[in-house]
Ligand binder design. Structure first.
Ligand SMILES: Nc1ncnc2c1ncn2[C@@H]1O[C@H](COP(=O)(O)OP(=O)(O)O)[C@@H](O)[C@H]1O
Ligand SMILES: [Mg+2]
Length: 282
């Protein structure tokens, strides 16, 4: 957190807010070190310039944790995930998955990923889609069917496995996305806004899936704006704003330390003060 904001809202710097027992360790499954990402902005006719989108980010996520990556729209969450997934390169700094730099493709072998926006071929059924992804991962045929049964059970889509995805509700489509992310039995899941656009039941189902994954020993790193749910399901959270880490800590510690709900804390950290209610003309 920059000093000004720290003084403004009376919150400690991220390093002060970091619990000593969760500092980077050999257990870190995901580690981000001094990560900076600049995007070229441009350009027509004039010289292009660079916009710093992620600015000196440090984070680490330990084995078996559910970690909520929070921040307003445009904070740099997807950009950070894109670096982890090897879709874009860092401008400086580095990130590591299972101790291997994300510059090496092998670092991504044990991860499952759900993008912010999913587009699946809608004429396929869930099981056909999953067979397709299993082939990409070169999963043997017999093993494929066992995995498909397993993941469809986990995401509660067994009953609809033979139906075309185009007939699914938004919540079911999101759960197919989760099944796809799980088909290779990953140790780490990176989920970009998995509950976005879902109704309360859909959100609850995704939350239950995340809880089940945690029980199975998986590590989950996900972004979300559903702060009530994040509060329930996450062990730790980080709040990013304009590319900078503003606050990071164990959910229970933050609640005890600040005596605020995660939503109140979030608004304070990003410097939002509610305006007075305006009365609509009658
Ligand atoms: N490919 C890109 N080129 C230029 N700017 C981008 C690109 N992708 C994202 N941005 C900008 O970077 C900022 C962070 O975006 P993003 O990482 O998607 O934020 P979040 O996921 O937190 O909403 C935004 O201002 C966005 O407009
Ligand atoms: Mg995003």
């Amino acid at each position: 957190m920059n000093a000004a904001l720290s003084q403004d809202c009376g919150l400690p710097t991220p390093s002060q807010a970091t619990n000593p027992d969760i500092t980077p360790s050999a257990e870190s499954i995901l580690r981000i070190e001094n990560l900076c990402v600049d995007y070229r902005t441009n350009t027509s006719g004039s010289r292009s310039s660079a916009k710093r989108t992620v600015d000196g980010l440090n984070l680490s996520v330990n084995q078996g944790e559910v970690f909520g990556f929070l921040g307003p729209n445009g904070a740099g969450k997807t950009t950070t995930m894109n670096v982890l997934l090897g879709f874009i390169n860092a401008t400086s700094g580095d990130a590591y998955l299972f101790g291997t730099t994300v510059r090496e493709p092998i670092a991504r072998q044990r991860i499952g990923y759900l993008p912010e926006l999913t587009y699946y071929y809608k004429f396929l059924s869930a099981e056909e889609l999953l067979r397709f992804y299993a082939r990409i991962f070169k999963i043997p045929r017999a093993e494929t069917e066992r995995r498909i049964d397993q993941v469809l059970k986990l995401v509660e889509l067994e009953h609809a496995r033979k139906r075309q995805i185009k007939t699914y509700s938004k919540g079911m489509q999101q759960r197919v996305g989760l099944a796809q992310a799980l088909i290779n039995d990953p140790d780490l899941l990176i989920l970009d806004e998995p509950t976005s656009g879902l109704d309360p039941i859909g959100r609850m189902k995704v939350r239950e899936i995340i809880q089940r994954l945690k029980t199975e020993g998986k590590t989950v790193f996900f972004s979300s704006h559903e702060l009530g749910e994040v509060e329930t399901v996450c062990d730790r959270v980080a709040i990013l704003d304009q590319g900078r880490l503003k606050l990071e800590g164990r959910v229970s510690d933050l609640a005890e330390q600040y005596r605020l709900s995660l939503e109140q804390l979030f608004l304070k950290v990003v410097g939002y003060s509610p305006s007075k209610p305006t009365h609509l003309p009658s």
